[in-house]
Design a protein around this ligand. Structure first.
Ligand code: DGT
Ligand code: CA
Length: 596
């Protein structure tokens, strides 16, 4: 069993609200685990596990069953368990579970989530070393101390270390750009081969959050057993974590967990809404439902026992008196208020994008030439591409001398003369030095169609120096765009210390664009800063930062950030036609030439 959330920690504090089916079954599984560590009878342990499974498979709410006295019809639930469910559902807590927790710490039970640690080993670890945390466990395993315990061999110890690694990998958040292609392939496969009538991504990956913990998929199946069979036998699947009629969980070879939940057709919309989240958005929707005298859960929107909506998300929002809210906005960042007043943004779409503002070519460290880039652009439905190679001082990235840059300029002009479909802009990704100077002189920048400035070196400045360094670059009249404004690399490098609100204010003042770098490693600006930039009247540009043509797809990852940042087409430079764009870029340099 793998816990997908830090659930028990929360629960001890939160024991106030009544519990949902899934939470009740988790409590029963935890009880089984504790009884196992205590060495209680198999019979009792299995009774809790079977009950948990039966609850997972229920098509309806325990809450309703308690009210209607229908618990005993659930397979495996006798009087004793029915009383415990009633206590949990009505009070949100269970005295018996609390007593057990006072005997065996929950942190010890959680160690059993690590592959390779069963109840016997957990018990030993606790009795001999009083270990109850993963760090402590890892330290002892690395110091080869575990093999001193009875029954633990060298191989067991090595297995535990591997398990810890897997466990950690499974818990880490992963960049959207790494997970999305896999998730989309899985959904395609499921749609085709897994006996599903409907299927959709849900959770954070459907909301296009920049990092995701796991992949949530929702489906309606004509045959759950065959669906489970088809899903769990995929070659990508390393391990089946659980398989029932309503939920199948697997772990892929690279550690990612994928949960497929199966629901009835007439509850699909309500379930999709619920499992898409975010939790905070759901809470607000439920409050809204209550205000109207309704009840909203993953089975539908109800007035007393009458189901008002549930089959589609559109119906659910409509019955709540709201327009459909795009998944990217569902973070409780003002979308409910905007929906209520009819002020939701008309989010920029893929069809609105006419070009990519940041692509590297063979002139610097890119892999492909102008023809290949233009061909790819055409395939992606784009009309123009900004070719931005590195500037002179960035030698490791093949930065261009002024002479090479002028050669490139001629090559692009010639290319445009013979290319009717796709136009290229001669740009540069110009390095900003530690003092805020740019890497080409102004008279060279003035010749370019597009100037993108960026920090690539000296990341460890204090905030005031880093901010004033970037502000200086923004004051240069020939700069159009600040690329990857915070320098973060997802899971690898924190943003450098920069005062983003000041950068936004200066960008607005000098009519500069801020980039949403769509590279799977970056997604920088992020959604929140993007919205702040929009609210300050700053134009955003999306760049794939592709170094190979295949990476030009990352433009659409950048688009997902733009949508999460509430951007409309008019806030995004990429939505301009080639003619509009070149006029805009020329105009903004000239405007910035004026004293301000
Ligand atoms: P993640 O997985 O951390 O990247 O983010 P999510 O949003 O996918 O979170 P996850 O996988 O734990 O749950 C998926 C959705 O299910 C979540 O967005 C909302 C819903 N959900 C899960 N647990 C709860 C809960 O306890 N209460 C409420 N209201 N919603 C929940
Ligand atoms: Ca999730």
């Amino acid at each position: 069993m793998w816990l997908t959330q830090p659930f028990f920690g929360n629960m001890l504090v939160r024991m106030v609200a009544a519990l949902r089916n899934e939470e009740v079954s988790r409590v029963f599984r935890a009880i089984a685990d504790i009884l196992e560590i205590k060495g209680e009878s198999r019979f009792r342990i299995n009774a809790y596990r079977r009950a948990a499974q039966a609850i997972d498979n229920l098509p309806d709410h325990l809450e309703d069953r308690v009210r209607e006295n229908r618990l005993l019809t659930i397979p495996g639930i006798g009087k004793d368990l029915a009383a415990k469910i009633t206590e949990l559902v009505t009070t949100g807590k269970l005295a018996y579970f609390q007593t057990l927790q006072s005997e065996i710490p929950m942190s010890l039970v959680q160690l059993m989530d690590i592959p390779g640690i069963g109840p016997r080993i957990a018990q030993l670890l606790y009795e001999e070393y009083q270990i109850s945390g993963i760090d402590e466990l890892e330290r002892l395993a690395r110091a080869q101390q575990l093999r001193r315990l009875p029954g633990i061999k060298k191989k067991t110890e090595e297995n535990i270390l591997r398990g810890i690694e897997l466990f950690r990998g499974g818990l880490a958040r992963r960049p959207l750009g790494r997970v999305l292609p896999v998730a989309l392939r899985l959904v395609d496969y499921l749609r085709e081969y897994a006996f599903l009538d409907r299927v959709s991504l849900a959770g954070s990956i459907r909301r296009n959050r920049d990092t995701v913990k796991d992949v949530d998929i929702l489906g309606v199946s004509a045959d759950p057993d065959r669906t489970a069979e088809a899903f769990t036998s995929l070659p990508e699947v390393a391990e089946t974590l659980g398989s029932g009629q309503t939920r199948i969980s697997v772990r892929l070879h690279f550690g990612l967990q994928v949960d497929l939940r199966l629901v009835k057709n007439d509850t699909f919309g309500a379930a999709l809404c619920y499992f898409t989240g975010s939790k905070e958005h759901n809470v607000r929707l439920r409050e809204l439902a209550i205000k109207k005298g309704f009840k909203l859960n993953e089975y539908g929107l109800f007035r007393q026992d009458e189901r008002l909506a549930g089959g589609s998300e559109h119906d659910v929002y409509q019955a709540l008196g709201l327009p459909f809210i795009p998944p990217e906005l569902r973070e409780n960042r003002g979308e409910i208020e905007a929906a209520l007043t009819g002020d939701l943004p008309r989010l920029v779409t893929r069809e609105d994008l006419k070009g990519d503002l940041h692509v590297h070519s063979v002139f610097s460290d890119g892999h492909d030439d102008l023809e290949q880039i233009a061909r790819q652009a055409k395939e992606l439905g784009l009309e123009w591409v900004g070719i931005c190679d590195h500037s002179a001082s960035l030698r490791i990235a093949g930065g261009l001398s002024v002479e090479r840059l002028l050669q490139k300029l001629r090559a692009i002009r010639e290319f445009n003369d013979r290319s009717p479909d796709v136009k290229l802009l001669c740009g540069a990704e110009v390095d900003i030095d530690r003092h805020g100077n740019l890497d080409y002189p102004d008279e060279v920048l003035a010749k370019l169609d597009l100037v993108v400035a960026a920090v690539h070196t000296v990341f460890k400045l204090d905030q005031s120096h880093m901010t004033s360094r970037i502000v200086r670059a923004l004051q240069n009249p020939y700069v159009h765009i600040l690329a990857h404004p915070t320098g973060r690399l997802l899971g690898e490098r924190e943003p450098y210390l920069v005062d983003v609100p000041v950068i936004i204010k200066e960008a607005a003042r000098h009519a500069k664009c801020l980039e949403i770098n769509g590279s799977a490693r970056r997604l920088d600006l992020n959604d929140v800063n993007c919205k702040a930039a929009k609210d300050s009247g700053v134009m955003l540009s999306i760049g794939s930062d592709a170094h190979r043509v295949e990476q030009m797809q990352d433009l659409f990852l950048g688009l997902s950030v733009a949508r999460r940042g509430w951007l409309e087409a008019r806030n995004v430079l990429n939505t301009m036609s080639y003619g509009e764009l070149t006029r805009y870029l020329k105009g903004s340099s000239m405007q910035a030439d004026q004293p301000h």
